[in-house]
Design a protein. Structure first.
Length: 119
């Protein structure tokens, strides 16, 4: 079973920065896509950023130019660098990965890490 473990959340100030990490239990080249999502109470989980097997990246409009997704393949870890934080970035951030094994598509979530941004 694939495990994704997030770390790096916590409290930040508006205008400040935080970096989240997501460590996978197997090589990240096993995955089609790895991504970050976030969720606030009473709202649906929303897409933040993604990186594909080939290294292409994609961002939600709300974080474009402020957040950067990257990866360290040797450490099987994906990062989310969050700059110019805003109070509306406050949420639980989840790491996501999907893969195809023998024709079967599967997806995985981490346990989440809280990010709180104060004004």
């Amino acid at each position: 079973q694939v495990q994704l473990v997030e770390s790096g959340g916590g409290a930040g100030q508006a205008g400040g920065l935080l970096r989240l990490s997501c460590a996978a239990s197997e090589s990240i080249f096993s995955f089609n896509t790895m991504a970050w999502y976030r969720q606030t109470p009473g709202k649906q989980r929303e897409f933040v950023a993604a990186i594909t097997h080939g290294g292409s990246t994609n961002y939600a409009d709300s974080v474009k130019s402020r957040f950067t997704i990257s990866r360290d393949t040797a450490k099987s870890t994906v990062f989310l660098q969050m700059n110019s934080l805003k109070p509306e970035d406050t949420a639980v951030y989840y790491c996501y990965a999907d893969a195809t094994y023998g024709g079967s598509w599967r997806y995985y979530w981490g346990q989440g890490t809280q990010v709180t941004v104060s004004s």
